[in-house]
Write a protein that binds this ligand. Structure first.
Ligand SMILES: Nc1ncnc2c1ncn2[C@@H]1O[C@H](COP(=O)(O)OP(=O)(O)O)[C@@H](O)[C@H]1O
Ligand SMILES: [Mg+2]
Length: 252
């Protein structure tokens, strides 16, 4: 069943939060969800230790470049959705994860730095298409958006994405304490106590709309040529570190 990778090469862009919000929301609907933690910092795993563990919500820790393909293959047979949380940086694991996905979600906060991190992910997607003829659907999801003010930075990011014809989800994740608190208290928006978390109902509604939009974009049953994609991603994965070191040399 479909695999979705959350990617932005910049740390702090909101990947882990958005991935968890989506996974929890899908599990809340009774779907079988696996959330793969590939980040060495293991934020999802830390959250999981603090949280109740519904039977239909599986967290897989310490997923590596070596194990990801097998994990996705095995879980894909048992789960309704497989969601992958990737660390920042341009890595072979990121390329591989992208190659195994039906759709890549790129969280972007309304600031220029994030847009640069998103551009690197878009570049990997373009290279996969050009070099391996693998076209992976992708969308930007705007996050940490101020619920009242549309900032100039956000408008600039939106304009830039529209110019590049990048699909942007209609539902943006709003800046909400509830999304931060999940990692402190454990649990999900549905197990938190409303009197302890401000605007919990608004966060729940926001997450519901977000999950519905993702489900409409990535329905549970998707026809796919996974093997071809994984092979192409492998080729790309072996190239990724070279590209990065070349860039670093150039920058030095
Ligand atoms: N919608 C949001 N509302 C409030 N805080 C958020 C939101 N999205 C992310 N954050 C906070 O921003 C920080 C970075 O988010 P995180 O998901 O860890 O990013 P990444 O995984 O890309 O490094 C965290 O402290 C997280 O709690
Ligand atoms: Mg993260």
């Amino acid at each position: 069943m479909p695999t979705i990778t959350f990617a932005n090469t910049k740390g702090g862009a909101g990947k882990t939060t958005v991935a968890l919000v989506l996974a929890a929301e899908l599990a809340q609907r009774g779907l079988r969800v696996a959330l793969l933690d590939t980040d060495p910092q293991q934020w999802i795993t830390r959250w999981h230790r603090l949280s109740e563990k519904p039977a239909n919500f599986t967290v897989v820790s310490n997923v590596s470049e070596e194990t990801i393909e097998q994990e996705v293959k095995t879980l894909g047979k048992k789960m309704d959705y497989v969601i992958i949380d990737v660390a920042g940086g341009v890595t072979p694991l990121l390329a591989k994860s992208i190659g195994l996905s039906e759709r890549v979600m790129i969280p972007v906060q309304g600031c220029a730095m994030d847009a640069a991190g998103a551009a690197q992910v878009l570049e990997i997607l373009r290279e996969l298409a050009a070099q391996c003829d693998i076209r992976i659907a992708h969308s930007v999801v705007l996050t940490r958006i101020n619920s009242i003010i549309t900032t100039r930075a956000l408008m600039a990011v939106k304009a830039l994405l529209a110019e590049q014809q990048v699909h942007v989800l209609e539902t943006a994740l709003i800046e909400r304490a509830a999304y931060r608190d999940m990692f402190v208290t454990g649990g999900t928006l549905h197990t938190m106590e409303a009197e302890r978390v401000s605007n919990l109902d608004k966060a729940q509604e926001n997450a519901r709309l977000f999950a519905e939009e993702v489900m409409s974009l990535v329905p549970m049953k998707v026809a796919k040529a996974k093997t071809a994609k994984a092979d192409g991603a492998k080729a790309k994965a072996t190239k990724a570190p070279k590209t990065e070191s070349a860039k670093q040399r150039k920058a030095a």
